[in-house]
Design a protein around this ligand. Structure first.
Ligand SMILES: *[C@@H]1O[C@H](CO)[C@@H](O)[C@H](O)[C@H]1NC(C)=O
Length: 364
């Protein structure tokens, strides 16, 4: 008898599996849709019929469990639907908390719709299967959910180009799988958590164009996979931590347009992995460390608009390559070194200093 019942239950499970998405997933999707308005492309017109796993635009399910795993709605994409409409997408409304009932979701991409506002539902942090949360390019406001650190599988968090305010929650540093963090161009304030460097898997940390204050955490030096750090256009103050010059794979460092002071750590310039370094528009002082060498290879080296003094270090001319050099608007003085990296540079690279001379400026 028990065996028969088990078989019957199994059979029921199989039948319901092949018949498509679960009624609760379907109800959650419809509630999600009810808070959004998209009238140019008509993507939600495809959200009809019982089987949300089939032909619902942007919805994907796990083939075995038939649970919804992906919501992928991009307002700018290669999809033929955009070509047909001859324009990119525009959507208004907000992200309904009903989305959190889709508790098998691994990807949420609701990107570049320009008009979606309201807050990120706090309940998103309960979707423990979530790997990608990407809501770039909307008008989302409010704060980052306090418990964001609960999302232990999260690898991509992209909140860029919205109107999110408040602080960076302390729990963020617990996202032990996070590889890509982009919160650029929001209204974030307060300090970067001191233990930010606990994000061991992080390879890109983009926090530019916010209102962040306080100093740059030295713990960042522990991030052995960090390749790209952008903290530009904030109100960060204090010195540049020396540890940033001792990282393993850091190749792009943008700290421009902050209130950073003190000297440029020599290790930052002698470290040969650095390809793009922008320290422009800060209050850096002292001499430019004379630590360049034959392995220095800069696509961009921008130290303009600081309070740097002394000569341009002679070792800079022994660099393998300097694509774009900007030392303008400092207090540098003395002859411009001679050497191949300097051959192609224009006078604007050296503009507005105290007493620089030599090619491409006036002869000494
Ligand atoms: C460096 O940063 C400054 C200030 O934000 C910006 O104006 C400049 O274009 C940047 N330099 C390069 C080469 O990108």
């Amino acid at each position: 008898m028990g065996v028969m019942l088990l078989l019957l239950l199994n059979l029921l499970a199989v039948v319901s599996a092949v018949s498509g998405c679960t009624p609760s997933d379907k109800a959650a999707l419809l509630a999600f849709r009810s808070s959004l308005t998209e009238s140019y492309l008509g993507i939600f017109k495809t959200w009809t019929g019982d089987n949300c796993c089939q032909n619902w635009y942007g919805v994907s399910c796990d083939p075995t469990t038939q649970r919804v795993t992906d919501i992928s709605l991009r307002g700018e994409s290669e999809d033929p639907i955009f070509e047909k409409a001859g324009r990119c997408g525009y959507m208004t409304g907000s992200i309904n908390p009903a989305i959190c009932k889709l508790d098998s979701l691994s990807n949420i991409v609701i990107a570049d719709w320009k008009g979606i506002s309201g807050e990120l539902p706090a309940c998103l942090t309960s979707i423990s299967s979530l790997r990608v949360l990407d809501v770039v390019g909307n008008k989302i406001s409010g704060e980052i959910p306090e418990n964001i650190g609960n999302l232990q599988k999260l690898t991509v968090l992209n909140l860029a180009d919205n109107a999110i305010s408040g602080g960076i929650p302390g729990s963020l540093v617990q996202l032990s799988s996070l590889k890509h963090l982009d919160m650029s161009n929001n209204q974030l304030s307060g300090e970067i958590p001191k233990d930010f460097g606990n994000l061991k898997m992080l390879s890109r940390a983009l926090l530019a164009r916010n209102k962040l204050t306080g100093s740059i955490p030295a713990s960042i030096g522990k991030m052995s996979r960090l390749a790209d750090l952008d903290l530009s256009m904030n109100q960060l103050s204090g010195p540049i931590p020396e540890q940033l010059g001792k990282m393993r794979v850091l190749s792009t460092l943008n700290l421009d347009n902050n209130l950073l002071s003190g000297q440029i750590p020599p290790a930052l310039l002698s470290y040969t992995g650095m390809g793009i370094l922008n320290l422009s528009r800060n209050s850096l002082e002292g001499n430019i460390p004379d630590v360049f060498g034959a392995k220095s290879y800069f696509m961009v080296l921008d130290l303009s608009y600081n309070g740097l003094k002394g000569p341009i270090p002679g070792s800079l001319s022994s660099s393998a390559y300097i694509g774009h050099l900007d030392l303008s608007h400092n207090h540098l003085c003395g002859p411009i070194p001679i050497g191949s990296p300097f051959d192609h540079l224009e006078a604007s690279s050296f503009d507005s200093n105290d007493c620089l001379c030599g090619n491409p400026l006036r002869t000494c």
